[in-house]
Design a protein around this ligand. Structure first.
Ligand SMILES: *Cc1c(COP(=O)(O)O)cnc(C)c1O
Length: 382
């Protein structure tokens, strides 16, 4: 971290917790065996560590261990879920071709869906309400017996709004539609139980919950048929070939355990800091909040600053704050999420996503709001 810069970009990534780094340590060089090596003891020990991690993650989510398929992150989990379901439908001779999502999904959902659109599937992209939440009536109208899959994220990575997953799942179940949920921003931050909320497929990511980068999982009931997207080995029930990264898996499980343990306390503390930050933003004047105030991730705030130019605003802010105007994965382009909410390209560029995290203090928020007020005042005066 650059000295003096306050990091408020926890939706892009979170720091790996010290206890997680410690838990991973022995698995790099001392206990380095391949967990697929069943002919010797070191291999069996590595396999046992992987299975223990799988059990821990499964227990935290209230699913059976076999439902957890390790991937390199949420991007790969989304690809496996979406393309895996679509290819299984083609292979089985099924006739469902419609795929449905919200316009505010992450690119790691939109891009695989568009890819399938190019292969003959019909993609229906639904606009959200102005507050970022799904319009259940409109969703109901586009889901039909020809729909194969619906993908709606749990918590938005830019505006933090929480979609009504159980109600959405209900609409899918009635018609035999598979429901995939990108839970990268939700798991470890808000209570989420895929089975009781009716999710068929859930993507999660290690580095969004204070774990290591390069690891994640697709949570999928073993009764659901998916075709693998990586071929070359029988790891992960044949769904994902490749040598398992034991240190990352051990770290991921530790991070999930720690995140579940302080989730409630963290949500309460960061929610209060976020509300204080919004209070300060309102004082600045001509600042609007993007996305419903509730239900929303407690550590998220997204604002549009009127009367300033986005590039200039962010050039000033980045001397002191690590924030962004949108997703780290679509760098450069004004946010498609904010534009789906009705913001112009200029407004989207003059927007700020604040993502608070475990390390954020009241002093950080106080300073951040001072910096923001000063930058906006200077730019408006110029
Ligand atoms: C970060 C993020 C991803 C990508 O996760 P990786 O583990 O980095 O591949 C996907 N979806 C959402 C909503 C995210 O926030």
């Amino acid at each position: 971290m650059a000295p003096g810069v306050i990091y408020l970009d926890h939706h892009a990534t979170t720091p790996c917790d010290g206890a997680v780094v410690e838990a991973m340590a022995p698995w790099w060089s001392e206990q380095f065996a391949n967990p697929a090596s069943r002919s010797h003891r070191p291999g069996l020990l590595a396999a046992a560590a992987v299975e223990q991690a799988r059990n821990q993650i499964a227990a935290a989510l209230g699913v059976q261990a076999e439902a957890v398929v390790f991937t390199s992150g949420a991007t790969e989990a989304n690809n496996l879920a979406i393309k895996g379901i679509a290819e299984a439908e083609l292979r089985s001779g099924g006739q469902r071709r419609r795929l449905v999502c919200l316009a505010t999904e992450h690119r790691a959902v939109l891009d695989p869906l568009r890819y399938l659109g190019g292969l003959g599937f019909e993609l229906v992209t639904l606009q959200p309400q102005a507050d970022g939440l799904v319009d259940l009536e409109r969703l109901d109208a586009v889901l039909d017996e020809g729909t194969l899959l619906l993908s709606v994220m749990a918590a938005n990575n830019e505006i933090g709004v929480l979609q009504p997953l159980a109600a959405i799942a209900q609409l899918c179940r009635q018609r035999g539609i598979r429901f995939h949920c990108d839970g990268a921003q939700a798991v470890g931050h808000i209570p989420l139980q895929p089975a009781s909320q009716g999710l068929d497929l859930l993507s999660i990511s290690g580095h969004k919950l204070y774990g290591p980068k390069g690891i994640g999982a697709l949570v999928v009931d073993p009764a659901i048929t998916l075709l693998p997207q990586l071929h070359g080995g029988s790891q992960e029930r044949g769904l994902r070939a490749g040598t398992l990264p034991v240190p990352l898996i051990v770290g991921f499980a530790k991070a999930v355990e720690l995140a579940m343990a302080d989730q409630m306390e963290r949500a309460e503390r960061l929610g209060a800091l976020r509300d204080a930050l919004w209070g300060q933003c309102e004082q600045i004047g001509a600042v609007e909040r993007n996305g419903a105030a509730s239900p929303r991730l407690p550590h998220n705030l997204n604002i549009t600053v009127k009367g300033v130019e986005g590039t200039a605003l962010h050039r000033e802010l980045r001397r002191h704050l690590a924030v962004s105007s949108g997703s780290a994965c679509s760098s450069g382009e004004p946010s498609h999420v904010l534009q789906a909410l009705g913001r112009s390209r200029q407004e989207a560029a003059a927007s700020i996503r604040f993502g608070l995290g475990r390390g954020t203090s009241a002093a950080d928020i106080h300073r951040a709001s001072e910096i923001l007020s000063r930058c906006v005042a200077e730019l408006r005066a110029a």
